[in-house]
Design a protein around this ligand. Structure first.
Ligand SMILES: [Zn+2]
Length: 394
């Protein structure tokens, strides 16, 4: 039923499933020393996700920057703001890498244009064939230009055709050491207004998992504390990823919430359509961030949320506590290198006369269709669409 056409998104640039040319392209490191990250792809920030990797350059400018793959220089920009000096290389596999905050470009490119002053705003595009590069070719010298708070290399990877932002880790992971699992600091329970209670309360509440100890490599945590809930409650998580190389912390690539072993929510921050950038404020608890500078990322989908990387069950990831029994909740966090951490806690379903939860047993469809499609096409079509997926699981 033409499902691909139905996929709702933030805008026309969403094309997560776009088939990139089958051509296999070899990727290399953009620097000639070990990659240490100051920031990773998809980290939540107010109004946007971090669009690439922040690669450390030893707190100095002047490091050599190499093209991470063959292709051709397709664009050069010079700006006092934003990316500063930036060079774009388009690769034959349908991806474009972007190197930002550069001090200057390598000789052949620097000579392509005349700078007139520090206020320059230049933007040149070059066709295929004019400026070919090989993997590992010197293309620029690192710097601290544009919107940058210190010398580093900001590297982005985009789908050339749709400009959807992709996680550069998918190509550069072999060059980045990381054996440290992500760590969750605490979770937030979000009783849905008039529909749910958590620990007897109707407001959002946070509960710590204990102090994270990166060095001890705790990857399995179980909260001994018992919680109670009745009705519909959403959850959100404050978590960070780490690596052994530095004190910096990163965003979480993959998060899943399981209830009694069944996945109700998952997200894999592997790509983000540029027009979805502001959705970070909906996925994350922006109000809480403004007050505390801490991002709790929701494990459910707000109505109208159009971020295509979020996947939920029929209930949008919101847990419906409508039976008096223990519910076993588990968060699974995974980084790109496969390091995993699990957090378990038990919530006792405890009847409360203030809330009348829906007794209707919502069909728990293991369907990865987006909720927006469900809203668009109605409840009736949902089971039809999902029955194929369900048939194999039940
Ligand atoms: Zn950056």
């Amino acid at each position: 039923m033409g499902a691909a056409v139905l996929l709702a998104s933030c805008g026309d640039d969403n094309d997560q499933g776009s088939v990139v040319n089958a051509q296999v392209v070899e990727y290399v490191s953009p620097i000639d020393y070990d990659i240490v990250l100051a920031g990773n792809f998809g980290e939540p920030r107010p109004w946007h996700f971090h669009g690439g990797l922040d690669i450390k350059t030893g707190n100095v400018e002047g490091k050599k920057v190499f093209s991470i793959a063959e292709g051709y220089v397709s664009r050069i920009t010079v700006n006092k703001y934003g990316f500063g000096n930036a060079i774009y290389v388009s690769h034959p596999d349908g991806l474009t890498s972007v190197y930002c905050h550069l001090k200057r470009f390598a000789e052949p490119y620097e000579q392509l244009f005349q700078r007139t002053g520090w206020r320059d705003t230049l933007d040149f595009r070059y066709p295929e064939g004019q400026l070919p590069v090989k993997a590992g070719d010197l293309i620029a010298i690192s710097g601290n230009t544009g919107h940058s708070t210190g010398p580093h290399l900001h590297l982005e990877l985009h789908d050339t055709r749709t400009w959807v932002m992709r996680d550069p880790m998918m190509k550069l992971a072999p060059y980045i050491a990381d054996s440290v699992a992500p760590q969750a600091h605490s979770f937030m329970a979000v009783p849905q207004q008039g529909e749910g209670l958590f620990n007897g309360g109707s407001t959002k509440q946070t509960f710590g998992f204990g102090q994270p100890d990166v060095k001890k490599q705790h990857t399995e945590w179980t909260l001994s504390r018992q919680f109670t809930a009745w009705g519909r409650v959403g959850f959100a998580l404050w978590a960070d990823d780490y690596s052994e190389a530095t004190y910096n912390h990163y965003g979480i690539r993959h998060t899943a919430l399981l209830v009694d072993g069944r996945e109700v929510f998952s997200v894999d921050v592997d790509s983000i359509p540029v027009s979805c950038q502001p959705e970070v404020n909906n996925w994350g608890d922006y109000t809480h961030w403004r007050r505390t500078r801490i991002w709790y990322m929701k494990s459910y989908r707000e109505l109208g949320m159009r971020l295509p990387i979020l996947h939920t069950d029929f209930n949008r990831g919101i847990v419906n506590f409508n039976e008096e029994r223990p519910y076993n909740l588990t968060y699974i966090l995974r980084d790109y290198q496969g390091n995993v951490a699990r957090y378990h806690f038990v919530v006792q379903g405890q009847r409360d006369s203030r809330i009348q939860p829906s007794e209707r047993s919502m069909r728990q469809v293991p369907c990865r269709m987006l909720l927006d499609d469900y809203l668009l096409y109605g409840q009736l079509l949902w089971p039809l669409y999902c029955s194929k997926a369900a048939a194999t699981s039940f």
